[in-house]
Design a protein around this ligand. Structure first.
Ligand SMILES: Cc1cc2nc3c(=O)[nH]c(=O)nc-3n(C[C@H](O)[C@H](O)[C@H](O)COP(=O)(O)OP(=O)(O)OC[C@H]3O[C@@H](n4cnc5c(N)ncnc54)[C@H](O)[C@@H]3O)c2cc1C
Length: 459
C-alpha cells in the first residue's frame, strides 16, 4: 500500500454526518464585502466583529467561545508554488489564506533563471519583473574549452527572486487571497483536539497563536518542508547549491549583459553558472550533497577563474535542493504538497521555478475540490486526481531528467562537445530554454536523441 493509500484509509471512517453540518464553498471574499449572514448561509462561521467599544457584536454570553473561521484553503509558504496555489484557489472564488514565515520581500538562494515553461505557467496578467534577457550562453568544461553560442531570440530571462515572489503574492492578493507573513507553521493535524470535525484540518502555528482551520491545506513550504514530512514525501536525490551575489562595476556588467555562463563542473553531476542581473552577477554551483568542502572549493575556483574574486559579494548563501522518489506520496487526507515541498524539480538542471508554478497551480485547483468534498472518500478521490495530474506531466519530465543526470554525471565532456560543436544539439537546448520543447518531447520526437539516451543510460 502506498503512503497515499495508507493515509486515505486512516482518514476514512464515520458516516460524515458531523461534517455535513459545517458546509461548503464560497462565492465572495470576506474582505470584499460579504456579511456574516451570507457566510453562515454558506456554512462558514466568521469571527464576530468587534464593536466600537470593544464589545462583540454578536450576542455571546461572557463564557461562550466565538466559533472559529474555517478557510476553504490554507497555503503554507509564499514562494512561487504557494503563491501560484493561492492564486488558483482565490480566482475560483474560495476563501484562501497564505501563511509565510518570512516578511516579504525576502531573499531566496536561487539563480532566478526563468525558462519558457516558467513564463508559460505564470498567472494571467502577471508582469514578469525581468532584470535581464539572455541571448547568449558561454559553455565551459571546468573552466576550459569555452565557447559562446548566440541566439536572435531570448533564450531565458533572469529575475531577483525577492521581486518575483513578492509580485506573485501581490497577484494572489489581487485575486482575493489573504496573506499573513511572519507566521511559522509548525505542523498540521487532521485528527485530535484542535480538529473540530472530519472535514477540517488544523494548521498549528509557532508561539501562542491559535491554530488556523481549513477544509484543505496546500504545503508549499520549500525543500525542508514540515508539511512534506506530514505527508511522508520521500526524496531520492539531495544536492547542495552555493551562491553569491556579486555587485560589479559598469565595465564588468557590460561584458556580461545578455550573456550567461554555464560550466560543467569537476564533481559528478555538478555545474556552475553566472547569471547577470544588471549591476550584479549571481554566481553559483550545485553538486550532490555530501561533498560540501569540494563544492565550496569548486565555487571559489570558479569565481577566481572568472576574474571576479576581487569583488566583495553582497550575499553568500547555500541551500539544499531535493527531488522526490517516483513512488513518493503527494497528499495525505486533505493535505496536498507542491513545489520543493513535494520534491518536484528537474533532477538534471535542478530547475524548480516552473515545477513550483505548475504544481502550485494544480494543487490550488485540486485543493478547491477537496474543500468542497463532504466525506473522506471524495476528498481522497480529488487528492489522487491531483497526484495523477502531477505524475502525468512533471513526473514524466523528472523521469527523463534523472536519466539525463545519469549520463551527464558520467560524461560531462560529451555534453559539452555536443552543445559547443554540434549545432542541432545547441538548437534543441535553445528550444528547450525558450519553452518550445520539453525533454520528454525531445526524446519522443528525435530518434537520434532517444537512441543516444538508451545507449548511454540503458534501462
Ligand atoms: C542555488 C540554487 C539555484 C537555483 N536556481 C534556479 C534557477 O535559476 N531557476 C529555477 O527555476 N530554479 C532554481 N532553483 C530551484 C528553485 O529555487 C526552487 O525550486 C523554487 O524556489 C521552489 O519554489 P517553492 O515555492 O516550492 O519553494 P520556496 O521558493 O523555497 O518557498 C517556500 C516558502 O515557504 C516558506 N516557509 C518555509 N517553511 C515555512 C513554515 N514552516 N511556515 C511558513 N512558511 C514557511 C519559506 O520562507 C519560503 O518563502 C535553484 C535552487 C538553488 C538551491
Amino acid at each position: 500500500m502506498s503512503s497515499e493509500n495508507a493515509a486515505g484509509a486512516e482518514d476514512r471512517g464515520g458516516d460524515g454526518s458531523a461534517d455535513e453540518a459545517v458546509g461548503g464553498g464560497r462565492e465572495e471574499h470576506p474582505g470584499h464585502g460579504r456579511g456574516a449572514e451570507g457566510a453562515a448561509r454558506e456554512g462558514h462561521v466568521e469571527q464576530p466583529a468587534e464593536g466600537p467599544d470593544g464589545a462583540l457584536d454578536d450576542e455571546l454570553s461572557a463564557d461562550e467561545e466565538p466559533e472559529k473561521t474555517v478557510w476553504d484553503v490554507v497555503v503554507v509558504g509564499a514562494g512561487p508554488a504557494g503563491a501560484s496555489a493561492a492564486y488558483a484557489a482565490a480566482v475560483a472564488g474560495r476563501r484562501v489564506l497564505l501563511l509565510e514565515k518570512a516578511e516579504l520581500p525576502r531573499y531566496k538562494t536561487c539563480g532566478g533563471g526563468i525558462i519558457g515553461p516558467s513564463r508559460d505557467a505564470l498567472p494571467p496578467g502577471f508582469d514578469l519583473p525581468l532584470r535581464e534577457r539572455v541571448h547568449a550562453v558561454t559553455f565551459s568544461l571546468n573552466g576550459k574549452l569555452s565557447r559562446t553560442r548566440r541566439s536572435r531570440h531570448m533564450l531565458f530571462g533572469l529575475v531577483n527572486r525577492s521581486d518575483l515572489d513578492h509580485s506573485l503574492v501581490e497577484h494572489a492578493v489581487k485575486a482575493g487571497a489573504d496573506v499573513r507573513t511572519g507566521v511559522t507553521v509548525t505542523r498540521v493535524e487532521q485528527h485530535g483536539a484542535d480538529v473540530p470535525d472530519r472535514r477540517t484540518v488544523a494548521v498549528v502555528l509557532a508561539g501562542d497563536e491559535a491554530p488556523v482551520l481549513a477544509r484543505a491545506v496546500v504545503g508549499a513550504d520549500g525543500s525542508a518542508s514540515r508539511i512534506g514530512a506530514h505527508v511522508g514525501v520521500k526524496m531520492d536525490q539531495v544536492d547542495l547549491g552555493l551562491e553569491v551575489e556579486i555587485p560589479v562595476p559598469d565595465s564588468v556588467a557590460e561584458d556580461w549583459a545578455g550573456r550567461a555562463l554555464v560550466d560543467w563542473g569537476p564533481l559528478p553531476g555538478s555545474y556552475g553558472w553566472v547569471f547577470p542581473k544588471g549591476d550584479t552577477l549571481t554566481v553559483g554551483v550545485i553538486s550532490a550533497r555530501g561533498e560540501g568542502a569540494a563544492t565550496k572549493r569548486y565555487l571559489e575556483d570558479f569565481i577566481g577563474r572568472l576574474g571576479l574574486a576581487g569583488f566583495e559579494p553582497s550575499v553568500s548563501s547555500g541551500h539544499l535542493t531535493r527531488c522526490r522518489s517516483e513512488d513518493s506520496p503527494l497528499s495525505r487526507g486533505r493535505v496536498l504538497v507542491c513545489g520543493d515541498a513535494a520534491g518536484l524539480l528537474e533532477p538534471w538542471t535542478r530547475e524548480g521555478i516552473s515545477f513550483a508554478l505548475r504544481s502550485g497551480r494544480l494543487a490550488g485547483e485540486w485543493a478547491v475540490r477537496i474543500a468542497e468534498s463532504h466525506d473522506a472518500v471524495d476528498a481522497r478521490r480529488q487528492a489522487l486526481n491531483y497526484a495523477f495530474a502531477v505524475k502525468a506531466g512533471l513526473g514524466v519530465e523528472m523521469g527523463i531528467g534523472r536519466r539525463m543526470l545519469n549520463v551527464f554525471s558520467r560524461r560531462p565532456g560529451m555534453l559539452h562537445a555536443a552543445l559547443t560543436g554540434f549545432r542541432p544539439a545547441w538548437n534543441v537546448f535553445a528550444r528547450f530554454t525558450r519553452g518550445a520543447t520539453s525533454l520528454p518531447e525531445v526524446v519522443r520526437t528525435y530518434p537520434v536523441a532517444r537512441r543516444a539516451l538508451d545507449a548511454l543510460d540503458p534501462q
